[in-house]
Design a protein around this ligand. Structure first.
Ligand SMILES: NC(=O)c1ccc[n+]([C@@H]2O[C@H](COP(=O)([O-])OP(=O)(O)OC[C@H]3O[C@@H](n4cnc5c(N)ncnc54)[C@H](O)[C@@H]3O)[C@@H](O)[C@H]2O)c1
Length: 284
């Protein structure tokens, strides 16, 4: 599929990432379907998109007309039958089986050349593609949080992904006002592979009682990082960050440098998932 053939984009999952991706898709002029199995997530996602667009208008970065036009392009649904599109961008929880099930259902109801892009942070694109029909149209499209502001997008090719699909997604990323970086499939791709140690080491310091999380964050920020590791985990979602570490630990054959933290596991079990639940390492 070429860029000019794309008319409709469906975003699967309306959580932290899906809502931001829907916003950039609508702003780029695409009819955008925002889907979630949890109906309560849809008004929440729309409220966040509306607030982001209003803020952009207030800062003179967007006209009121463009704001209204973008909002009118977004259609929300929790019915799988509504999912008919040219490109699907999946942003559901970081679980291979759940992502596969969603893609398999989408593949059944759509043309064999529609593009199936995943925003996974760590699940190998190769592993997804191996279980889906027409694996040449499966590609990674990894946005960063917050998706409506962060410009980098990693475009990930599995061995089975067609060069044309990679090129179309690269062009689509640019049309969304982002900066694409293409890479071959590897656990965690580029950014998460490097950044994993930012979280893992900070958690290890906490586990060993070397310092509390506020002190570790203050030190990291004082030496130039924009956000301390614990503030960043709260922004990402402690649950999402934990799933990504587990997935990378698995993909790197249990290399100790990727070992997930028991402290993080306990936060997840307690439902302290960060900003989205009002409490993580900090309270909101
Ligand atoms: N949070 C981040 O900073 C970040 C950054 C880049 C990539 N990612 C990746 O993006 C994906 C989504 O992460 P998130 O932080 O937005 O998670 P989230 O928990 O905020 O949202 C996930 C959403 O998926 C929905 N969902 C679950 N199963 C579904 C299904 N079968 N069909 C449709 N919707 C379903 C949930 O109801 C929820 O609304 C993950 O793969 C994650 O690794 C996250």
């Amino acid at each position: 599929m070429q860029l000019n053939e794309i008319k409709k984009i469906a975003i699967i999952g309306a959580g932290t990432m899906g809502s931001g991706i829907a916003q950039v898709s609508a702003l780029a002029g695409y009819e955008t379907i925002l889907f979630d199995i949890e109906p309560r997530m849809l008004p929440r996602a729309m409220a966040s998109i509306e607030a982001n667009l209003a803020e952009a208008v207030k800062r003179n970065k967007l006209s009121a007309n463009a704001q209204q036009a973008a909002l009118s392009r977004i259609y929300t649904t929790n019915f799988f039958a509504d999912l008919q599109a040219d490109v699907f961008i999946e942003a559901i929880i970081e679980n291979l089986d759940i992502k596969l099930e969603a893609f398999q259902q989408i593949a059944k109801n759509n043309a064999p050349n529609c593009i199936l892009a995943t925003n996974t942070s760590s699940i190998p694109i190769t592993r997804l593609a191996a279980h889906l029909p027409n694996p040449e149209r499966i590609v990674g499209m990894h946005f960063f949080n917050p998706a409506h502001l962060m410009r980098l997008v990693e475009v990930i090719a599995a061995p089975s992904t067609s060069p044309q699909v990679v090129e179309t997604i690269r062009q689509l990323t640019e049309k969304m006002g982002k900066v694409p970086v293409t890479a071959n499939d590897a656990p965690g791709f580029i950014v998460n592979r490097v950044a994993r140690h930012y979280y893992v080491e900070a958690l290890q310091l906490l586990e060993e009682g070397v310092a509390d999380h506020q002190t570790i964050d203050a030190l990291l920020e004082s030496c130039g990082f924009k956000m301390g590791a614990f503030k960043l985990m709260d922004l990402i979602g402690v649950d999402v960050n934990f799933s990504v570490t587990k997935s990378m630990f698995d993909s790197f054959h249990y290399a100790p440098r990727f070992r997930p933290s028991r402290i993080q596991q306990q936060k997840v079990e307690a439902g302290h998932h960060g900003r989205k639940t009002g409490k993580g390492f900090y309270e909101y």
